[in-house]
Ligand binder design. Sequence first.
Ligand code: ZN
Length: 225
Amino acid sequence: MEIRPFYDKKVACLYCKHNFTTTRIRSRFVRVSSHGSDFKPVYSDPEVNPIFYNVAVCPHCGFSFTDDFSPYFAPGTEKDIAERIASKWNERSFGAERTINEAIETYKLAYLSAMFKKEKVLTLAGLTLRVAWLYRDKGAEVEEKRFLTIARNFYNVSYSEGDFAGTQMSETRVSYLIAELSWKIGDKDEAIKNFSRVLESQRTSTEPKIIEMAKERWQEIRVIK
Ligand SMILES: [Zn+2]
């Protein structure tokens, strides 16, 4: 029997607790050939893109989430989700293989769900950065820039509030992303401020690769400036 890259994963909705299945990609089929300057992975086989399947959309209530969501619902958030998401939801499924447009839709649903659930700002930043990546894959530059800006602003809040602490994101990585996204959206002042911060941290940082990426970009900025 031929093993396909896709499989059905059973998940329970974090909000309404219903069980449903969502498509995932077997990790052994995923080959990352390189990363973009904002860490966007480039997959050897663009047809097998795990980013399309990070979001689970509950077909019963519409609540949409990734593995980054916490199971905890802060007081009042469940009422908001009932009123703003579940009551407006028309039963539909995103459980099968997804087109890029469907993938974008799932991230927007997860973004909305994360807002009403009051998830970590870092999670909001990650979701909106992935929307930007998907628009980049589509060649939709205006939409890409719109979501890069939203993501950059969330990373800025995450940095100043320190809500990335205890996650896989280091301070160097958050600063670098703020800098690089600012550079991409044409906000030079913010890019310079944050690349400087990355370079200042080089003696204490445990992320030499990111320091190197920041140095390369810094050379380029100095030429253009
Ligand atoms: Zn649900």
